[in-house]
Design a binder for this molecule. Structure first.
Ligand code: ATP
Length: 263
């Protein structure tokens, strides 16, 4: 974080990243490495020089208010929005502004906000669409693994996706992303609009997916849950990282508590 960023209008302006959050990984352990990323929508400067890294095996959470730039970050990593400046590397290979399907083929898979499932297709058809970029012959066994993670989807396998509950649709969106065999799963607001018991279930599933070997970059407005589950986390304010640390440390940080955790 540069001094300009630290002095930006954000509520965390006096904070500096702690030693615990300093980049310690060797390049080979890095799943994603984002350097000085700038993104614009016309005249709107949505991301203002972001530096973010995600190491193999981590859950990294990005928290921040509405409009901070969280979704823009994920959309830029997955090639849906163009970076004007800066670099994005996946496993040391530059992926900045590659076409989205090429980024999926490199194992970086986006589960977007709002689920974006195909409501006129069945559960199984949606899941199979997640594997459309794959050419290997393990799609059927991966489908079984996904249905093991989401027994509710197995029960509704031939049901039209539009008839699923909100929680089930979220599970389907995550299941479809898993069908692309991600090395890094980009999850945008997976708990949005869900009842508290389903929020808990979704976060347990995210933990399980991570425990089974998938690195996760998670964007969430449910800051409490996002920090609880995170190895490390970043706080984003108006397009800048204003704070980074372990999830545990940010949970007890007074400024984070005041601004994002309801005191
Ligand atoms: P939310 O949680 O509300 O989705 P966010 O942190 O994900 O917020 P972004 O959606 O990334 O924030 O938006 C960052 C900034 O970019 C905001 O000022 C937003 O209004 C602007 N923005 C996002 N998408 C577009 C777009 N398609 N066209 C123009 N401006 C956009």
């Amino acid at each position: 974080m540069d001094s300009d960023a630290a002095n930006d209008k954000g509520i965390l302006k006096d904070e500096q990243p702690s030693a615990a959050a300093s980049p310690t990984a060797t390049a080979s352990a890095r799943s994603l490495f984002i350097e000085d990323l700038h993104v614009y929508y016309g005249a709107i400067h949505a991301l203002k020089g972001l530096d973010v890294e995600v190491n193999q095996g981590e859950i990294v959470s990005i928290i921040g208010s509405n409009g901070a730039g969280k979704s823009t970050l994920l959309r830029t990593i997955s090639g849906l929005v163009r970076a004007r400046e800066g670099h994005i590397y996946a496993y040391d290979e530059e992926i900045t502004n590659l076409k989205p399907h090429l980024i999926v083929q490199k194992g970086i898979v986006h589960c977007p906000e709002g689920r974006r499932i195909f409501t006129n297709l069945s559960v199984i058809e949606n899941l199979k669409l997640g594997a459309y970029c794959r050419t290997d012959n393990e799609v059927a066994s991966d489908l079984e693994s996904v249905l093991d993670i989401f027994p509710r989807l197995r029960e509704r396998i031939n049901q039209n996706a539009g008839t699923l509950s909100g929680g089930e649709q979220q599970m389907l969106a995550i299941g479809r992303a898993l069908m692309a065999r991600p090395k890094v799963l980009l999850l945008d607001e997976p708990s949005l609009g869900l009842a508290p018991n389903l929020v808990m279930e979704i976060f347990k599933i995210i933990k399980r997916i991570n425990d089974e070997g998938t690195t996760v970059l998670l964007v969430e407005q449910n800051a409490h849950r996002a920090l609880e589950i995170a190895t490390r986390a970043y706080v984003l304010e108006t397009g800048r990282i204003v704070l980074q640390d372990t999830g545990k440390a940010l949970l007890t940080n007074p400024k984070v508590r005041e601004a994002y955790l309801g005191g």
